[in-house]
Design a protein around this ligand. Structure first.
Ligand SMILES: [Zn+2]
Length: 329
């Protein structure tokens, strides 16, 4: 059997044969950027990413001025130095992509998920997986206790919260990250026929993404003097103080029992843009990899679970250097 594509983790995920970094946090020569969340974006000489991610990086000023950005169309083969690259929808946020690589010399493949989810969201294309010999996957919610309720049920709860707050004469404030969650919230409000006001950072991102989101509710920029009667969409980091406001946090971490107290909100609703524990297992079943590397969150625990099921699985990252050097061959 031909050897697998080599994966190392010097300071981030690196494929030495292709001299390609995957979502490095610092500037490098050649990188793949899966999506535009700031914790994944550095400034690179050559960047592979989706067209939407490129647009977001320009708005967020995370593109190197002298750098080159290549945005292959999703699903199409892009030939590059003895490799075939394919960007596949990751289902995480608008524009998010996985990278599928084929080493042309022998047809050996690798799939890097980046952040992803298999559930169909409202603001991101449905994830599309492809078989690969090596799978590098994120395990943010890699413990068995992380199992999300159906998104429709969470959205229904969100709408009840919004309507009850408004009918009590209050101002409902929905908290979600400016990129990703905020657009998911706006899409969820599209049929509610309620006036919406958004924080400036949400407005900036939503303007860029609007052509890709379908119908959106009527929204305008936040104005405290006229906020009464509106649904507010704000990032969790923004400070807001209004009379009679009630806050709901939308996050996967809301499945933890104490979330509402930790976030200091009235309601915490588990709307996540990551795969939950059953989806992680489903991913492995679909991709059928010979080897699995895990990044983010519960990497060690999920690796142990996969090994118990007979997979060659290892946690990838600085905290796992011992395990990595033991298994490197
Ligand atoms: Zn992300």
């Amino acid at each position: 059997m031909p050897p697998l594509i080599q994966v190392t983790h010097p300071r981030g995920i690196y494929l030495p044969e292709a001299d390609l970094w995957l979502d490095p946090h610092f500037g490098v020569k050649r990188a793949f950027v899966s999506h535009a969340h700031s914790d994944h974006v550095g400034r690179h000489d050559l960047t592979f990413c989706s067209e939407i991610t490129h647009q977001l990086m320009v708005v967020r000023k995370t593109v190197k001025k002298s750098g080159v950005v290549v945005s292959p169309k999703k699903r199409e083969v892009f030939e590059w130095e003895g490799w075939e690259l394919r960007l596949l929808p990751a289902g995480h946020i608008t524009g998010s992509a996985m990278l599928h690589l084929t080493r042309k010399a022998d047809g050996v493949t690798l799939l890097y998920t980046g952040d992803y989810k298999l559930r169909q969201g409202l603001s991101a294309e449905r994830c599309e997986l492809m078989q690969a010999d090596t799978l590098i996957m994120e395990t943010t919610f890699g413990l068995p206790k992380y199992r999300f309720p159906p998104a429709e049920a969470v959205i229904a709860q969100m709408l009840v919260f919004v309507r009850e707050t408004l009918s009590d004469g209050g101002i409902p404030v929905l908290l979600g990250y400016s990129l990703g969650k905020a657009q998911e919230i706006l899409c969820a409000l599209r049929d509610a026929e309620l006036p919406v006001m958004v924080h400036a950072s949400v407005a900036q991102i939503t303007e860029v993404l609007a052509p890709h989101l379908g119908a959106l509710p009527k929204w305008r920029l936040f104005d405290a003097a006229e906020a009464a009667g509106h649904v507010l969409v704000f990032p969790p980091s923004a400070k807001i103080e209004l009379p009679k406001m009630r806050m709901a946090m939308l996050s996967g971490w809301a499945i933890q029992p104490s979330a509402k107290y930790r976030y200091g909100v009235d309601v915490a609703l588990p709307l996540s843009d990551h795969a939950d524990h059953p989806e992680l297992h489903e991913t492995v079943e679909i991709v059928k990899p010979r080897r699995i590397y895990l990044v983010h969150g519960s990497t060690r625990e999920f690796a142990a679970e996969l090994r118990a099921r007979g997979h060659d699985a290892r946690a990838l990252g600085a905290e796992d250097q011992l395990e990595l050097s033991f298994s490197a061959h």
